[in-house]
Design a protein. Structure first.
Length: 175
C-alpha cells in the first residue's frame, strides 16, 4: 500500500524526533538548563527552539499562530509553563536561569505538541498545499521542503544534545 506524500513527510519528521528523544534521557528539572563552555544550547532551550520552529513551519500552512498555552508572545522570559517566544527564537541568548524556562516535563509536552501539530498539517495537506510557495524568513519555500528542513533541524540539535551529554558526563545512550 502506498502512502500519501504528506504521510511520508510527517513520518520522517516524527522519526527524527524519536531518535532525538533517546538523548533526552537523564535530563531533569535540575539539569535542563546546564551549560558547558563552547556548548551554549541547553536541553530546555533546545526543546523550546525546536517547538518554536515546528510551530512556525505549521503556521505557514494552517495560518494559526504560536499557541498561547505554550508561548508568551514577544517575551524574552518564560515561566514554569511557557517559553518566552524571544527566549528560543533564532538569535536568542541562552541562559542557565531555570526560572526563565518551563519545567522539564512542560518542555517535553510543549515539544510534543509542536511535533504533532506540524505532522498533522503535513498529513492533511493536499499535494497542491505541500507545493505552494510559502514565506520562510527572507526566502520562499514549500511545506514539502519545510518537512525536510525540520528533519535536518531536529538532527542538528540532536547532535548538540549529544555533545552536551558528553560534556556533562551523562551516561551513554547508544553503545
Amino acid at each position: 500500500m502506498s502512502m500519501r506524500r504528506g504521510d511520508v513527510l510527517a513520518s520522517g519528521v516524527e522519526q527524527s524526533a524519536v531518535l532525538m528523544g533517546r538523548y533526552l534521557a537523564g535530563f531533569d528539572d535540575n539539569s535542563r538548563v546546564a551549560q558547558t563552555p563552547g556548548l551554549p544550547n541547553h536541553a530546555a532551550w533546545t526543546l523550546g527552539h525546536l517547538a518554536y520552529v515546528l510551530h512556525r513551519a505549521a503556521e505557514r500552512v494552517d495560518g494559526h499562530p504560536l499557541p498561547k498555552t505554550d508561548f508568551i508572545e514577544g517575551a524574552k522570559d518564560g515561566d514554569a509553563n511557557h517559553y518566552g517566544q524571544e527566549s528560543v527564537a533564532l538569535g536568542s541568548v541562552v541562559t542557565a536561569e531555570p526560572e526563565r524556562y518551563p519545567t522539564w516535563d512542560r518542555c517535553q509536552v510543549i515539544f510534543e505538541a509542536s511535533l504533532k501539530r506540524f505532522c498533522h498539517v503535513l498529513r492533511h495537506a493536499s499535494d497542491a498545499e505541500l507545493d505552494a510557495p510559502r514565506d520562510w524568513g527572507a526566502n520562499k519555500t514549500t511545506a514539502h521542503d519545510l518537512a525536510s528542513r525540520m528533519v535536518f533541524h531536529v538532527g542538528t540539535h540532536t547532535g548538540q544534545l549529544i555533545d552536551l551529554r558528553r560534556a556533562l558526563k551523562m551516561s551513554k545512550v547508544v553503545g
